[in-house]
Design a protein around this ligand. Sequence first.
Ligand SMILES: Cc1ncc(COP(=O)(O)O)c(C=O)c1O
Length: 368
Amino acid sequence: MPRFPDYLTGDGPTNPFPGVRVLERRLGREIPHQLGSNEGLDMPHRALRDHFGDAMAAHVYSYGDAEALGIRRRIAEQQGIPIEAMLVDAGADSLIALALRALVEPGDTLVGTAGTYPTFGYFARGQGCRLLEVPYDEGPSRLAPDLEALAATARDEGARLVYLANPDNPGGHLHTDADVQALRRELPDDCWLLLDEAYHDFRDDADGEFGRRILPGVVRLRTLSKAHGLAGLRVGYAIAEPETLAVMMKVRIHYAVSTLTQAAAEVVLDHPDEVRAHVAAVRERRERLAAHLRELGADVLPSATNFVGLRLPGAELAGRVHQALLDDGKLIARPADPALGHVLRITAVEDALVPGRLAILERALKEG
Ligand SMILES: Cc1ncc(COP(=O)(O)O)c(C=O)c1O
């Protein structure tokens, strides 16, 4: 079992403000007169009501549910993940920061992949950790985090945590459930696996049994930014053993997920058919975009996400294409890490498929 920092293993720290919603649940009844939270409960909010309507204004007055029970309940019902094995926070990014805060200490060694989703490294460095990055496993139609190298480095260097995005960003590669389990087995017992599943909902087998499993020594992260279209509202959830989440709760910013965000997420979760239809449309667009780029001779990577990754013959060309598109008002993604300077990433939105939208890239591909 991986360890927690010593200062988090005792009784405290204790959240001084679990909030009214949590208190009401503990008491088993509503508290109709809230006179103690110093909120602006009598603000008329005329401007806000004019702009957004009364329904929206109703959500902004009070501190929210620090336990986000409404969201957890819905996800538990839909996906079969136990409520007590879920923690809601302000997006997968916040959850990465929270996991680092709860699981590792400054100076600890962490291992990731050079060029993968860079927020992990950004937060790891910002917390004073020692970050080691292993190269991708690259081959024909393959740009995959190298699980053997991650495990070997973790063992050789005594790492406290390994980060894996699965499906990965920017390549879109999906490791099998068996591979992920094998990675967990190969890691030292006292090393955490932070499994970033921001793109989980786009997997063909997203509803499968493995997706709802609680894996010892693993913290899985998911988000409502992608398949649920709520990136601007900031909401995501972690899946882990309840004892692990209890430690994360000790250092969590308790009202980080706003009342409005929680209300909106609940409405969207109450309409799973709309989410399903969106995911199906994204997958279909992703395949159309990939096929189009392949026809032009591009080295398109297989993707289990809502984007398409492609490799150009060199970083210099990829840089030029990226810049020329930007100069023309079109922003695609190119990883900042030089290890993946030859990679471009295009989100599978309808706008990317408008004829001529990516003409600059298409010309570059034709010219070879
Ligand atoms: C792998 C990965 N993790 C996390 C995130 C951030 O998600 P959120 O919007 O929930 O913070 C992204 C967003 O692009 C991502 O690609």
